[in-house]
Design a binder for this molecule. Structure first.
Ligand code: ATP
Length: 236
Protein backbone atom coordinates (compact mmCIF):
# COMPACT_ATOMS: atom_id res chain seq x y z
CA UNK A 1 0.00 0.00 0.00
CA UNK A 2 1.23 3.47 -0.83
CA UNK A 3 1.87 5.50 2.32
CA UNK A 4 3.18 8.65 0.65
CA UNK A 5 2.32 9.84 -2.86
CA UNK A 6 4.04 12.87 -4.33
CA UNK A 7 2.42 13.92 -7.59
CA UNK A 8 3.76 16.49 -10.08
CA UNK A 9 5.37 18.47 -7.28
CA UNK A 10 7.06 21.78 -8.10
CA UNK A 11 8.77 24.14 -5.65
CA UNK A 12 9.94 27.66 -6.42
CA UNK A 13 12.00 30.10 -4.36
CA UNK A 14 11.15 33.37 -6.07
CA UNK A 15 12.15 32.84 -9.68
CA UNK A 16 14.31 29.78 -8.94
CA UNK A 17 12.58 26.46 -9.58
CA UNK A 18 14.18 23.96 -7.19
CA UNK A 19 11.80 21.04 -7.84
CA UNK A 20 10.22 20.31 -11.24
CA UNK A 21 7.14 18.10 -11.60
CA UNK A 22 8.44 15.38 -9.32
CA UNK A 23 6.32 12.24 -8.91
CA UNK A 24 7.19 9.32 -6.65
CA UNK A 25 5.76 7.16 -3.92
CA UNK A 26 6.77 5.35 -0.77
CA UNK A 27 4.99 2.14 0.16
CA UNK A 28 4.34 0.99 3.69
CA UNK A 29 7.34 -0.83 5.17
CA UNK A 30 9.88 0.39 2.60
CA UNK A 31 13.13 2.30 2.84
CA UNK A 32 13.18 4.61 -0.21
CA UNK A 33 16.15 6.82 -1.12
CA UNK A 34 16.29 10.04 -3.08
CA UNK A 35 19.83 10.54 -4.29
CA UNK A 36 21.43 13.35 -6.24
CA UNK A 37 24.19 15.93 -6.26
CA UNK A 38 24.30 19.20 -4.29
CA UNK A 39 21.42 21.44 -5.22
CA UNK A 40 19.39 18.69 -6.94
CA UNK A 41 16.35 19.56 -4.81
CA UNK A 42 16.41 16.76 -2.24
CA UNK A 43 16.05 18.93 0.87
CA UNK A 44 13.37 21.05 -0.79
CA UNK A 45 11.29 17.92 -1.42
CA UNK A 46 11.55 16.76 2.19
CA UNK A 47 10.77 20.21 3.57
CA UNK A 48 7.73 20.43 1.31
CA UNK A 49 6.46 17.01 2.43
CA UNK A 50 6.69 18.01 6.08
CA UNK A 51 4.92 21.33 5.50
CA UNK A 52 7.89 23.68 6.04
CA UNK A 53 7.83 24.86 2.41
CA UNK A 54 4.70 25.23 0.24
CA UNK A 55 4.72 23.79 -3.27
CA UNK A 56 3.97 26.02 -6.25
CA UNK A 57 2.01 23.13 -7.78
CA UNK A 58 1.35 19.44 -7.33
CA UNK A 59 0.00 17.36 -4.48
CA UNK A 60 1.28 15.25 -1.61
CA UNK A 61 -0.85 12.60 -0.03
CA UNK A 62 0.02 10.84 3.21
CA UNK A 63 -2.07 7.86 4.38
CA UNK A 64 -4.69 8.80 1.80
CA UNK A 65 -5.07 12.47 2.80
CA UNK A 66 -3.75 15.47 0.88
CA UNK A 67 -1.33 17.38 3.11
CA UNK A 68 0.23 20.06 0.89
CA UNK A 69 -1.80 22.76 2.66
CA UNK A 70 -1.80 21.24 6.17
CA UNK A 71 0.27 23.03 8.88
CA UNK A 72 3.56 21.31 9.75
CA UNK A 73 2.54 20.57 13.34
CA UNK A 74 -0.59 18.72 12.18
CA UNK A 75 1.49 16.72 9.72
CA UNK A 76 3.76 15.57 12.57
CA UNK A 77 0.71 14.67 14.65
CA UNK A 78 -0.60 12.55 11.77
CA UNK A 79 2.51 10.33 11.95
CA UNK A 80 5.24 11.90 9.86
CA UNK A 81 8.53 12.92 11.49
CA UNK A 82 11.44 14.78 9.87
CA UNK A 83 15.09 14.70 10.94
CA UNK A 84 16.59 17.78 9.28
CA UNK A 85 19.99 18.14 7.70
CA UNK A 86 22.52 19.25 10.30
CA UNK A 87 20.47 17.57 13.09
CA UNK A 88 19.43 20.79 14.97
CA UNK A 89 19.50 19.38 18.49
CA UNK A 90 18.57 21.93 21.16
CA UNK A 91 21.72 23.10 22.91
CA UNK A 92 21.26 24.21 26.52
CA UNK A 93 18.88 21.27 26.96
CA UNK A 94 19.99 17.84 28.10
CA UNK A 95 19.75 14.73 25.95
CA UNK A 96 16.67 13.65 27.92
CA UNK A 97 15.01 17.07 27.53
CA UNK A 98 15.67 16.95 23.78
CA UNK A 99 13.97 13.56 23.60
CA UNK A 100 11.02 14.84 25.63
CA UNK A 101 10.62 17.69 23.11
CA UNK A 102 10.06 15.02 20.45
CA UNK A 103 7.02 13.81 22.36
CA UNK A 104 5.47 17.24 22.97
CA UNK A 105 2.40 16.40 20.88
CA UNK A 106 1.83 13.14 22.74
CA UNK A 107 -0.19 13.43 25.91
CA UNK A 108 -0.08 9.74 26.83
CA UNK A 109 2.58 9.39 29.54
CA UNK A 110 2.74 5.60 29.35
CA UNK A 111 3.31 5.75 25.60
CA UNK A 112 6.02 8.39 26.09
CA UNK A 113 7.78 6.26 28.70
CA UNK A 114 7.59 3.21 26.44
CA UNK A 115 9.00 5.23 23.52
CA UNK A 116 11.80 6.58 25.68
CA UNK A 117 12.73 3.05 26.70
CA UNK A 118 12.75 1.97 23.03
CA UNK A 119 14.97 4.91 22.10
CA UNK A 120 17.40 4.13 24.93
CA UNK A 121 17.43 0.44 23.96
CA UNK A 122 18.27 1.40 20.38
CA UNK A 123 20.78 4.11 21.34
CA UNK A 124 22.43 3.03 24.62
CA UNK A 125 24.92 5.89 24.25
CA UNK A 126 22.09 8.38 24.66
CA UNK A 127 21.00 6.79 27.91
CA UNK A 128 24.55 6.97 29.25
CA UNK A 129 24.56 10.68 28.38
CA UNK A 130 20.96 11.54 29.19
CA UNK A 131 21.83 14.34 31.63
CA UNK A 132 24.51 15.88 29.42
CA UNK A 133 23.95 19.08 27.42
CA UNK A 134 23.08 18.00 23.86
CA UNK A 135 25.59 20.50 22.44
CA UNK A 136 28.46 18.52 24.00
CA UNK A 137 27.64 15.32 22.06
CA UNK A 138 29.81 14.28 19.12
CA UNK A 139 28.38 14.67 15.59
CA UNK A 140 27.39 11.00 15.40
CA UNK A 141 25.76 11.14 18.82
CA UNK A 142 23.84 14.28 17.82
CA UNK A 143 22.57 12.42 14.75
CA UNK A 144 21.41 9.59 17.02
CA UNK A 145 19.71 12.13 19.28
CA UNK A 146 17.94 13.78 16.35
CA UNK A 147 16.72 10.37 15.15
CA UNK A 148 15.72 9.35 18.68
CA UNK A 149 13.81 12.62 19.10
CA UNK A 150 11.91 11.97 15.86
CA UNK A 151 11.05 8.44 17.00
CA UNK A 152 9.52 9.80 20.23
CA UNK A 153 6.43 10.87 18.25
CA UNK A 154 5.86 7.23 17.09
CA UNK A 155 6.04 8.13 13.39
CA UNK A 156 4.64 5.90 10.68
CA UNK A 157 6.97 7.61 8.20
CA UNK A 158 10.41 8.95 9.06
CA UNK A 159 12.09 11.49 6.75
CA UNK A 160 15.88 11.55 7.09
CA UNK A 161 17.91 14.36 5.51
CA UNK A 162 21.55 13.34 4.97
CA UNK A 163 21.99 11.40 8.22
CA UNK A 164 25.57 10.43 7.33
CA UNK A 165 26.75 13.96 6.57
CA UNK A 166 30.03 14.86 8.24
CA UNK A 167 30.30 11.62 10.20
CA UNK A 168 33.34 9.36 10.62
CA UNK A 169 33.06 6.04 8.70
CA UNK A 170 32.44 4.02 11.85
CA UNK A 171 29.44 6.20 12.73
CA UNK A 172 28.15 6.13 9.15
CA UNK A 173 27.93 2.33 9.27
CA UNK A 174 26.18 2.53 12.62
CA UNK A 175 23.62 5.07 11.38
CA UNK A 176 22.77 2.89 8.35
CA UNK A 177 22.46 -0.18 10.60
CA UNK A 178 20.06 1.79 12.78
CA UNK A 179 17.96 2.83 9.77
CA UNK A 180 17.58 -0.84 8.83
CA UNK A 181 16.63 -1.63 12.39
CA UNK A 182 14.01 1.15 12.38
CA UNK A 183 12.54 -0.37 9.20
CA UNK A 184 12.45 -3.85 10.79
CA UNK A 185 10.50 -2.41 13.72
CA UNK A 186 7.79 -1.28 11.28
CA UNK A 187 8.58 2.36 10.49
CA UNK A 188 8.69 3.38 6.83
CA UNK A 189 11.69 5.54 5.86
CA UNK A 190 12.29 8.15 3.15
CA UNK A 191 16.00 8.88 3.07
CA UNK A 192 17.95 11.51 1.19
CA UNK A 193 21.67 11.05 0.86
CA UNK A 194 24.75 12.05 -1.05
CA UNK A 195 26.29 8.79 0.12
CA UNK A 196 24.48 6.96 -2.69
CA UNK A 197 26.32 3.68 -2.21
CA UNK A 198 25.33 3.21 1.41
CA UNK A 199 21.83 4.58 0.91
CA UNK A 200 20.99 2.34 -2.07
CA UNK A 201 22.45 -0.73 -0.42
CA UNK A 202 19.84 -0.53 2.37
CA UNK A 203 16.95 0.74 0.18
CA UNK A 204 14.08 -1.22 -1.29
CA UNK A 205 13.78 1.42 -4.00
CA UNK A 206 15.39 4.67 -5.02
CA UNK A 207 15.00 7.72 -7.24
CA UNK A 208 17.81 9.76 -8.78
CA UNK A 209 17.30 13.53 -8.93
CA UNK A 210 19.09 15.91 -11.25
CA UNK A 211 18.47 19.67 -11.12
CA UNK A 212 15.00 19.27 -9.69
CA UNK A 213 13.77 16.33 -11.79
CA UNK A 214 13.71 12.57 -11.33
CA UNK A 215 15.87 11.03 -14.06
CA UNK A 216 16.02 7.39 -12.95
CA UNK A 217 14.23 5.04 -10.58
CA UNK A 218 14.48 1.40 -9.64
CA UNK A 219 15.16 -1.01 -6.84
CA UNK A 220 18.17 -0.22 -4.66
CA UNK A 221 20.03 -3.08 -6.32
CA UNK A 222 19.14 -1.94 -9.87
CA UNK A 223 20.38 1.57 -9.20
CA UNK A 224 23.55 0.33 -7.48
CA UNK A 225 24.46 -1.64 -10.59
CA UNK A 226 23.26 0.94 -13.16
CA UNK A 227 26.11 2.29 -15.29
CA UNK A 228 24.64 5.81 -15.25
CA UNK A 229 24.37 5.89 -11.46
CA UNK A 230 27.82 4.35 -11.03
CA UNK A 231 29.41 6.97 -13.27
CA UNK A 232 27.62 9.94 -11.74
CA UNK A 233 27.39 9.05 -8.07
CA UNK A 234 29.39 5.98 -7.14
CA UNK A 235 32.78 6.92 -8.50
CA UNK A 236 32.95 4.99 -11.80
P1 ATP B 1 22.30 19.58 -0.91
O1 ATP B 1 22.63 18.15 -1.12
O2 ATP B 1 23.43 20.50 -1.29
O3 ATP B 1 21.70 19.88 0.41
P2 ATP B 1 19.70 19.47 -2.20
O4 ATP B 1 19.62 18.43 -3.27
O5 ATP B 1 19.12 19.12 -0.89
O6 ATP B 1 21.20 19.94 -2.04
P3 ATP B 1 18.09 21.86 -2.11
O7 ATP B 1 18.67 22.28 -0.81
O8 ATP B 1 16.71 21.37 -2.14
O9 ATP B 1 19.03 20.76 -2.81
O10 ATP B 1 18.25 23.08 -3.13
C1 ATP B 1 17.74 23.03 -4.47
C2 ATP B 1 17.92 24.40 -5.12
O11 ATP B 1 17.10 25.37 -4.48
C3 ATP B 1 19.34 24.93 -5.02
O12 ATP B 1 19.65 25.56 -6.23
C4 ATP B 1 19.27 25.94 -3.88
O13 ATP B 1 20.21 26.99 -4.05
C5 ATP B 1 17.85 26.45 -4.00
N1 ATP B 1 17.31 26.83 -2.67
C6 ATP B 1 17.13 26.01 -1.61
N2 ATP B 1 16.57 26.68 -0.56
C7 ATP B 1 16.42 27.95 -0.98
C8 ATP B 1 15.90 29.14 -0.38
N3 ATP B 1 15.41 29.13 0.87
N4 ATP B 1 15.90 30.28 -1.11
C9 ATP B 1 16.37 30.30 -2.39
N5 ATP B 1 16.86 29.22 -3.02
C10 ATP B 1 16.89 28.05 -2.33
Amino acid sequence: MSMLKVDQLSVHYGVIQAVKDVTFEVNEGEVVSLIGANGAGKTSILRTISGLVRPSSGSISFLGNEIQKVPAQKIVASGLSHVPEGRHVFSGLTVLENLEMGAFLKKDRDENQANLKKVFDRFPRLEERKNQDAATLSGGEQQMLAMGRALMSTPKLLLLDEPSMGLAPIFIQEIFDIIQDIQKQGTTVLLIEQNANMALSISNRGYVLETGSIVLSGTGQELLTSDDVRKAYLGG
